[in-house]
Design a protein around this ligand. Structure first.
Ligand SMILES: Nc1ncnc2c1ncn2[C@@H]1O[C@H](COP(=O)(O)OP(=O)(O)OP(=O)(O)O)[C@@H](O)[C@H]1O
Length: 576
């Protein structure tokens, strides 16, 4: 509720209109039975057609006002519920943009998608009912109970005795349904996660003929969702008839008492008609109240899950005071850096120190899992160091404005990620206003120009998940995308791995010219990709075990020599 009220504050005028339409609606609904009662008792019973006509016209006029009020109410509810849901979705998206890797890891992508889609939708449904009924129910209930009491005190006793039974039942149903709703949402999350994994990994699944296993896995999650939904439906299907039964029993008792009162002359027929109308309104209000109450647990679970996103504090953020913009990067220094993943126990990087300055190329090599990607991920602050410091221009990178820091870095990730759209759109992701000349130049340097032309040019479409380009083509496009930015620092995280040796060599030669005055940081598995670097760092289990040029390392670093020997012939090595 706190979440909904918070967002409703932005729509005060519309909310006020909603309140007015509710009051109008209630006035009409409660006014008509009183007029009908007078029409029967003073017009029909006394045979006064003029009075009947007068009252008839009044009822028609009020009914029209009622219709207008109902339409207005529907409009206000739809407007408010859809607008608030849109705002919630926008804010979830905005918030997740601030998340660092840790928060994505903590929530999980499938869960974030479910929260943005289904959870927000649950709130929309709930709000729609809430806005119709939350205001109307108390007004109608209080108004009709007052009128019922005024019409006949003895008949009212029956209604007043029924209300606590219904309200108690509603509270019980809500208590039972809350944990079921929670499990239902989490099984929906499992369905989303498995679907996502299956659809994006369909080739691997087929190659390993795991279709059956995956079908079972999906069926498991789907059946669990069905089981929870069935429990909720069962609960509702028992609840509604029980409520109706209670209402009908109350109605029967009322008719029985009323028949005695009519025969004694203590009740008039018009009063009975009005009374039954009020009774209907009391019961109808309670029914609506029940509906809100039954939807509440589901919406509360969804709101709680969304609130958790809003409450999550991004672990990487701008400094609170003295934020400095980083307009250029002259050097990068790692000063005794240690790093432990948030959910890890052991340090993945241990006492790592090195420095690199403009115009230099530094390379990182080491066995898989030695910490190369982790190390370079510290540069754009995907994570922050656990101990030590990363310095740029002599200052800790945590003192710089995060956006300006990331703008100065051209990061080419291990897994090349392209977006659906044209090739030009993807390249301009690096620089929105890049000219065609800039696109061509970057594509040529990244050795992508020829295949772009073969594919039909820069306006050719990249499909979802970039399935219409090969792994090597994806890598070259993501290199071109970074080149367009002309950043101060290039970070290549194993970005040449899918290229053949010839293209790799040609690309590096072209890159050298393009990146001349920048800092270039390269992670690679191939010695040939890094042997010309000014400085090579050899990592082993998170620690630096060698630093130097290719030649120096061949002489004094055993691990480097072993890697080199496994890839190059003695002859190639002797020419190094
Ligand atoms: N998000 C994470 N959470 C916890 N541990 C992680 C995470 N990412 C990586 N690791 C662990 O950190 C260590 C270093 O991983 P990293 O990816 O940096 O190695 P790498 O040298 O780049 O390996 P590769 O050459 O295979 O890419 C590994 O033991 C890995 O399991």
């Amino acid at each position: 509720m706190k979440l909904i009220i918070h967002y409703l504050k932005n729509y005060k005028k519309m909310f006020l209109l909603n309140v007015v339409s509710v009051l109008g609606f209630a006035l009409v609904e409660l006014g008509i039975p009183t007029i009908v009662a007078q029409m029967i008792d003073n017009g029909v019973n006394r045979g006064d057609p003029a009075y009947i006509w007068k009252m008839g016209v009044l009822i028609a006029a009020i009914s029209f006002a009622g219709v207008a009020g109902t339409i207005l109410l529907g409009y206000c509810c739809a407007y408010l519920s859809t607008s608030v849901t849109r705002d919630i979705r926008n804010d979830i998206f905005k918030k997740t943009q601030e998340f660092s890797h840790s928060e994505f890891h903590e929530f999980g992508i499938a869960s974030l998608i479910t929260r943005t889609g289904n959870d927000a939708f649950q709130i929309q449904m709930f709000m729609n009912i809430l806005l119709r009924t939350a205001l109307m129910t108390p007004v109608m209930m209080i108004g009709s109970i007052f009128l019922v009491l005024r019409a006949s005190l003895s008949l009212s006793v029956v209604i007043l005795a029924t209300i606590p039974l219904i309200v108690g039942g509603v509270i019980l149903v809500a208590r039972i349904s809350e944990p079921i709703s929670e499990s239902q949402q989490s099984s929906l999350e499992d369905i989303n996660r498995i679907s996502k994994e299956n659809l994006s990994g369909i080739r691997v699944i087929r190659a390993f003929t795991n279709d059956e296993y995956e079908k079972k896995r999906f069926d498991g999650a789907n059946s669990s969702y069905m089981g929870n939904s069935k429990k909720l439906f069962k609960l509702m299907s028992v609840t509604q008839p029980v409520f109706f039964l209670l209402m009908n029993l109350a109605g029967m008792v009322i008719y029985w008492i009323a028949s005695i009162m009519l025969s004694e002359g203590t009740l008039q027929i018009g009063e009975l008609v009005a009374f039954m109308d009020y009774l209907f309104h009391v019961m109808f209000s309670i029914m609506l109240f029940c509906l809100v109450f039954m939807m509440y647990p589901k919406a509360a679970v969804s709101a709680g899950r969304i609130q958790k996103i809003f409450d999550a504090e991004p672990s990487i953020k701008n400094p609170e005071t003295n934020v400095q913009s980083l307009d250029h990067i002259d050097d990068i220094v790692f000063d005794h850096v240690d790093f432990v993943y948030p959910d890890g126990e052991e340090a993945v990087l241990k006492d790592v120190s090195f420095s690199v300055k403009r115009g230099e190329t530094i390379a990182f090599i080491g066995s898989t899992g030695s910490g190369k990607s982790t190390l370079i991920n510290l540069i754009p602050r995907a994570y922050d160091v656990s101990a030590g410091r990363v310095l740029m221009n002599g200052k800790d990178i945590r003192t710089y404005d995060l956006e300006s820091l990331r703008r100065a870095i051209g990061f080419i990730p291990q897994k090349a990620m392209l977006f659906s759209g044209t090739i030009a759109d993807n390249l301009r992701f690096g620089k929105k206003d890049a000219t065609m000349e800039e696109l061509v130049q970057a594509a040529k340097t990244a050795q992508a120009y020829d295949f772009i032309m073969e594919k039909g040019g820069f306006e050719e479409h990249i499909t979802e998940s970039a399935t219409n380009v090969s792994g090597g083509q994806r890598q070259r496009l993501s290199i071109a995308r970074a080149l367009i930015r002309r950043p101060d620092v290039y970070v290549f995280d194993d970005s040449f791995s899918a290229l053949d040796f010839k293209t790799d060599a040609k690309l590096r030669r072209m890159l050298k010219k393009e990146t001349g005055n920048a800092i270039v940081m390269v992670v690679a598995q191939r010695i040939s990709s890094i042997m010309e670097a000014d400085q090579i760092i050899v990592l082993n289990e998170g620690s630096i075990v060698g630093t130097g040029t290719h030649k120096e390392l061949l002489e004094n670093c055993r691990i480097y020599r072993e890697i080199a020997l496994s890839q190059l012939s003695e002859e190639e090595l002797s020419h190094a």
